[in-house]
Write a protein that binds this ligand. Structure first.
Ligand SMILES: Nc1ncnc2c1ncn2[C@@H]1O[C@H](COP(=O)(O)OP(=O)(O)OP(=O)(O)O)[C@@H](O)[C@H]1O
Length: 243
């Protein structure tokens, strides 16, 4: 479970996350939505201890990320700009991560298999396509067999087969009782994947609802239309002029 309580992050230029409180429950895929600049990536970075909150807290299984021993065994994360050593091979990258978390060599083969990357194990990171990098990122997230998965825009760069694969994987992980938080701009994809939604705008919570109820409350509009209506006041910039 992920618990975000009164989380606030201010930068010199303004407030990215503004008194955000929500819980991500295990056993279902939770979609994390919001227009550009809403604060999704900042929230995810705060959950993963990559940045310090100005106030409030983000807990994973009751603990801040930074205090979790062998964090890969508790939380798997896929971030938009994953850092890959360019000349390291796929297997070397996973081995390096596994070692630092006390994870055995056998698990590397398992995650390569699970992500369709077995055939690419000896490829160097710099030669991977965007879709393969995404798959490697997912393999790294799965390494520690974690109970919590946090995925920032995982569909980016994936071809249609990859999109179905990641959707199926997230649903299976949730069905196994794991906590799955996934951010995306692709509403049609979220409608198919997420059972629950957390929507933010300008750093604030706009909705924390089951996907079905969210769409139903917007008189049968598509998720995309419902999202546009909810966030229309919260977009930072709009084509054609002022807010
Ligand atoms: N390191 C930083 N310094 C200053 N401002 C920042 C920093 N990181 C993010 N921001 C600002 O915080 C706000 C939220 O950004 P964030 O990247 O979290 O939004 P997002 O919802 O992930 O956006 P997108 O959908 O475009 O990825 C933006 O206004 C952004 O400019």
């Amino acid at each position: 479970m992920i618990e975000v309580s009164n989380l606030t992050k201010r930068y010199r230029g303004g407030t990215a996350v503004d008194d955000l409180t929500f819980t991500v429950e295990p056993g279902r895929v939770t979609g994390f939505l919001g227009p550009n600049g809403a604060g999704k990536s900042t929230t995810i970075r705060l959950i993963l201890g990559l940045d310090r909150p100005t106030s409030g807290s983000a807990m994973i299984g009751g603990r801040p990320y930074g205090s979790i021993e062998r964090p890969l065994t508790a939380v798997g994360a896929l971030l938009e700009a994953g850092d890959l050593h360019p000349t390291r091979t796929v297997r070397e990258h996973l081995r390096w991560l596994a070692r630092s978390n006390g994870i055995g060599e056998r698990r590397i083969g398992e995650v390569l298999e699970a992500t369709g990357m077995s055939g690419a194990a000896r490829k160097r990171a710099k030669t991977l396509s965007l879709g393969m990098k995404q798959r490697l990122g997912v393999a790294a997230a799965l390494l520690g067999d974690p109970g919590v998965l946090v995925l920032d825009e995982p569909v980016n760069g994936l071809d249609p087969e990859g999109v179905v694969w990641i959707r199926t994987l997230m649903k299976r992980m949730a069905a196994e009782g794991r906590t799955v938080l996934v951010s995306s701009h692709l509403m049609a994809e979220m409608a198919l994947t997420a059972e629950h939604l957390i929507v933010i705008g300008r750093g604030r919570l706009l909705a924390d609802v089951p996907t079905e109820a969210f769409v139903a409350s917007h008189s049968g509009a598509s998720l995309e239309e419902a999202f546009m209506r909810l966030t229309s006041e919260s977009v930072e910039f709009r084509a054609g002029g002022a807010r």
